[in-house]
Design a protein around this ligand. Structure first.
Ligand code: NAI
Length: 340
């Protein structure tokens, strides 16, 4: 591509879309956000007022027809991802899309097939933790053999309890805690263990606080275990009920050592010593923990779409994360081991 900048349409300006939009407009050098798309007029007003993105579309097809558009950045509800990615590829646009790729395996495979028909287009699913400098360093150290052969990943995504239960509005469409939250840990485990092939999955869960999730076959605390054909294993915990804040923690055990990322979910380097003891404050939410990684992720997408680098993750990684997330969900709901 000869153009020095990537002309991007941001699609979805909700909780996360606004964060991505701010990064793309203010902090990604080669990105040029030329239009926004949302069915909510107040969100388009926000983009115009706060970011100077004055071209807004209520409909996705109209955005795809925007003159000179190179790429879309999809931060829309998960159920829309697959169709929106396919429509963008058919319109000749590069695509960034938030995780998970889809809640449906057949849709993941459809997206992979469509992307294969457009090899000159970049299609990236945002598994943001791969772009966190600590996870990146851990992966490099494992690849260099620092801990010998890695055989077990223990990884958790634990959110601070929201007593208002505001997250319940996502419950009917999120796919459940494993596809919404553990999908990050699943992707990390595959990456850190060298993409082993899963053979058996078991999972269970409970509703410690938010009993209303039962109505959607969901839980506020879930546990899952995956066995792989090379003898390696992964075990996951996801929670929406932490009292102290957001705690993402991953441990990798190898034959020659162990690496841990996030054992202390400290907000910063301030240590408080007072009548309660010696302590630090905790990251309140996922964005506080991964803000830098979201920026690096957007920079990688932009550079890849401009032909300046190749992507460090594949669409198939996203399909495999969905495959395992579905297996964990089925195992929990049907109280059985899922075999591949
Ligand atoms: P949200 O509900 O706050 O925002 C969704 C946005 O999509 C809203 O702006 C809404 O107006 C817009 N929208 C709805 N229908 C649309 C359509 N037909 N065309 C264009 N826009 C449409 O949801 P949130 O939390 O921002 O999540 C969005 C996605 O980001 C989800 O897939 C979620 O899984 C993912 N996510 C990823 C995280 C990560 O750590 N990487 C963290 C949080 C969310």
């Amino acid at each position: 591509m000869s153009s020095p900048t990537l002309k991007i349409g941001i699609v979805g300006l909700g909780r996360l879309g606004q964060r991505h939009a701010i990064n793309l407009v203010q902090r990604v050098p080669n990105a040029d956000v030329v239009a926004a798309c949302s069915p909510v007029p107040a969100e388009l007003d926000w983009a115009a007022r706060e970011l100077g993105v004055t071209t807004g579309y209520a409909g996705y097809d109209a955005l795809l027809a925007h003159p000179g558009l190179d790429a879309v950045f999809l931060v829309t509800p998960t159920a829309m991802h697959a169709d929106q990615i396919i429509a963008a590829l058919r319109a000749g646009k590069h695509v960034f899309c938030e995780k998970p790729l889809s809640l449906d395996l057949a849709d993941c495979l459809k997206v992979e097939a469509e992307a294969a028909r457009h090899p000159h287009l970049t299609t990236m699913i945002g598994f943001v933790r791969r772009f966190d400098t600590s996870y990146h360093d851990a992966q490099q150290k494992i690849a260099q053999g620092l801990i010998g052969k890695p055989y077990l990943v223990r990884s958790q995504t634990c959110d601070q309890n929201d007593p208002s239960g505001a997250f319940m509005r996502f419950a009917p469409t999120s796919g459940g805690i494993f596809l919404d939250c553990s999908v990050h840990d699943i992707d990390l485990a595959r990456w850190l263990l060298g993409n082993p092939t899963p053979t058996r999955v078991y999972a269970s869960g409970t509703n410690a606080i938010h009993k209303g999730l039962q109505e959607f076959g969901d839980v506020d605390n879930g546990l899952g275990t995956v066995e792989f054909s090379d003898g390696s294993m992964a075990t996951f915990m996801a929670s929406r009920t932490m009292a102290h804040g957001h705690e993402t923690l991953t441990e990798v055990f190898g034959t020659g050592g162990r690496l841990a990322v996030g054992s202390n979910p400290r907000l910063n380097r301030v240590e408080i010593s007072d009548a309660y003891g010696v302590r630090n404050e905790c990251t309140p939410d996922f964005y506080a923990r991964f803000a830098d990684a979201f920026l690096i992720e957007a920079q990688e997408f932009t550079d890849a779409a401009l032909g300046r680098r190749t992507l460090s993750l594949t669409l198939n990684d996203a399909t495999e994360a969905t495959r395992l997330g579905i297996a964990m969900t089925v195992a929990m709901r049907e109280r059985r081991v899922v075999e591949f």
